[in-house]
Design a protein around this ligand. Structure first.
Ligand SMILES: Cc1cc2nc3c(=O)[nH]c(=O)nc-3n(C[C@H](O)[C@H](O)[C@H](O)COP(=O)(O)O)c2cc1C
Length: 368
């Protein structure tokens, strides 16, 4: 199986960091469904961690079920990055990921995120300082480069391999592209070919088991990291693992399973964030589940106002009742109301990567 340095992993599928979403409850929801081993936190500012800023500490909140866990750090001051990583190692974190792909101005202006892809020597030095100080593995998450004229990922990957990086995650777009266009499999392949032993994990636009397999076949990457695809399909890890190991395509989960997992997700959010905050946060989570419910207008309209678990339960009961009108004698959704018939966006799961199929969700960093 795949290993990041000394860390042996049970799956070559990874959850991509998604600021505002990849919190403890979301990670636990996916872990319970299976197929995922190493998951990553949202990006955390190294300095804020050193200062024990409460918001930063909340971002790294974890528990015994949330293992193995990587924390993603951003920053460009070598000592700060090293000290934040040492602190995380003491806390029992399994590996450290360095953000080298964030295109957001706030991060790049101070030389972090994608800006690190323009300063290869400096970046390699920073990584070396961390690798030398730590026992746990260090990985890097990058884009292909700053823009089409600066495709630096292969050179950077090689430079980082030389200083002991344990794995490279690469999102197959440039910084300039944002989320436009398609992921470049050729770009990811060039990174996979640039290194000799370090695993390269491909990332970008994977929303189905077939797309994951295609990325592996076309690029020679060792694993796949999935971000937005996990929002509306937290089952994607388990199903893709089955597809990759047994060649069997698993049917999509049925409605009851979707409802069960959505409720579990909310319960976990309440445990971690408290009822009120969890309900506010769930307003942007529930619509991802409901995209595959079939007719769900009243649910979608009201869910964005919930303030309590009671309200959620009431709303769900009303919705289930309302939905009866769309069911056949066997309790199945009538053909013409099936989600695929209603939302052409999700109708044909992409064999290849079709950007329009995965919207960029609204979040604190909308321009990722
Ligand atoms: C809302 C949002 C937040 C993101 N936050 C992070 C982050 O904190 N760190 C990071 O390295 N990438 C972040 N990304 C980029 C994703 O990890 C991933 O590279 C990108 O979405 C492409 O993969 P996907 O198509 O599977 O989502 C974010 C993306 C989105 C849409």
């Amino acid at each position: 199986m795949l290993a990041f340095g000394p860390l042996e992993l049970k799956s070559n599928l990874f959850l991509s960091p998604l600021a505002g979403y990849t919190n403890l409850p979301f990670r636990l929801t996916i872990r319970e469904l299976g197929g995922l081993d190493l998951a990553t936190t949202d990006l955390v500012n190294a300095r804020s961690l050193i200062e024990r800023n409460p918001k930063a500490l909340k971002l790294i909140e974890t528990n015994a079920q949330d293992k193995p866990l990587a924390v993603q750090l951003f920053g460009n001051i070598p000592e700060e990055m090293r000290d934040a990583a040492l602190y995380l190692q003491d806390l029992g974190v399994a590996s450290i990921d360095i953000n080298m792909g964030c295109p957001v101005k706030k991060v790049c202006r101070v030389g972090g995120g994608s800006a690190m892809m323009m300063e290869l020597d400096q970046t390699a030095k920073l990584v070396k300082g961390m690798v030398d100080a730590l026992k746990i593995p260090v990985s890097a998450k990058m884009r292909l480069g700053w823009d089409n004229n600066n495709i630096t990922a292969p050179d950077l990957a090689r430079a980082l391999e030389d200083v002991g990086i344990a794995a490279i995650f690469v999102h197959g777009r440039t910084r300039q592209q944002g989320f436009d266009g398609k992921v470049s499999l050729a770009g990811i392949r060039a990174v996979a070919q640039a290194v000799s032993t370090v695993p390269v994990i491909g990332n970008g636009d994977v929303t189905s088991s077939e797309a994951a397999k295609l990325m592996i076949d076309e690029t020679g990457c060792s694993g796949i990291s999935i971000g937005r695809g996990a929002f509306y399909n937290p089952w994607i890890f388990k199903n893709t693992q089955t597809f990759l190991t047994e060649g069997r395509l698993v049917p999509e989960p049925n409605f009851e399973e979707r409802i069960r997992v959505m409720c579990r997700h909310l319960d976990l959010m309440i445990e971690v964030f408290g009822e009120f905050k969890a309900c506010l946060m769930f307003r942007k989570v529930a619509p991802w589940y409901s995209k595959r419910f079939g007719p769900a207008k009243p649910f979608n309209r009201k869910i964005v106002h919930i303030q309590s678990k009671d309200e959620f339960d009431r709303l769900l009961a009303e919705f289930l009742n309302w939905r009866q009108a769309f069911l056949d004698d066997q309790g199945q959704l009538l053909e013409r109301y099936q989600p695929s018939a209603m939302t052409p966006d999700f109708a044909e799961e992409p064999e290849v990567f079709r950007r329009e199929h995965i919207p960029v969700p609204k979040g604190p960093v909308e321009v990722w």
